[in-house]
Design a protein around this ligand. Sequence first.
Ligand SMILES: [Zn+2]
Ligand SMILES: [Zn+2]
Length: 290
Amino acid sequence: MSQQNSIGCYTFPQGRREYGFFYRMYWDVERPDEVYEFEASEQTEFVVDTETRLTVNYLGQDSVKVPVRAECARYPQITHRQQSLATRVTVGYTEDGARDGLIYCFEEAYAFIGVPLLNELLAQGFRGIESAPVVKEPYGYSDWLADGEIVMIEGRCSATTTLVIEPQEFNVCAQCGFSPLVCPECSANRLDLNDRLVCWKCGAPWLREADTDKKDLGTCRVQMTARLSESAICLDRWDGSDVCAGLIVTRRVKEFLENAGVGSFRAEAVPVLMDNVSPAQMDSLKRAQG
Ligand SMILES: [Zn+2]
Ligand SMILES: [Zn+2]
């Protein structure tokens, strides 16, 4: 069978999606009037508190690299994704506000919480939380934040679907035959200096884009789908954590935060891919729901 004119797709896995189990948390709502600045969506909930909390300015961090998926040993010939975990975070003074211990001292994209709230989350048995100590920059006001008063949290497990090449038979270099171009376990891929997706072994580009050079077209057997389905939780990648990378939390964490009155946030529902769910995964999902 000739595949000369066949094209594979670079896409998120297709499949049935269901909401109500996971939420991506955004800590960017500070006042009730700010809610109207966000686009209304059925899938987003707002929890708004009138109290304004201390806001800090993320300056930098020490970090360690950890492999995301141990199973990537299946493809030892390619470099698999690593996750950077903070070991110590430095912040600067931004804006004063309440420091009630329970609550975030937040900045968008970085989740800062008080140590008492971290302890409460752990006492609740929520799993998957990584926390890094936060220190203030060594100049400026001396008493606006105590060392050890807040931590930055992140989830260790990367549970969302990543881009894959479908069908799998196109996950092969047209030039040298090397496979996989994209790791089916962790989605690791190789970019060249021009940010083109290329073969790990011979460096031939494989993604057919509008600006693909004519001379490269022959080696580009894969293209982006016109309409990408949204990213979702992939149960094969989820280890049961309540707090996952990207600050995606289970519904029971979201409800805990809501009920604990910890302050203002947006919770955007993240779907779960529901094809081929095992009974054990279904049990974990039900636990996640609370
Ligand atoms: Zn991998
Ligand atoms: Zn190649």
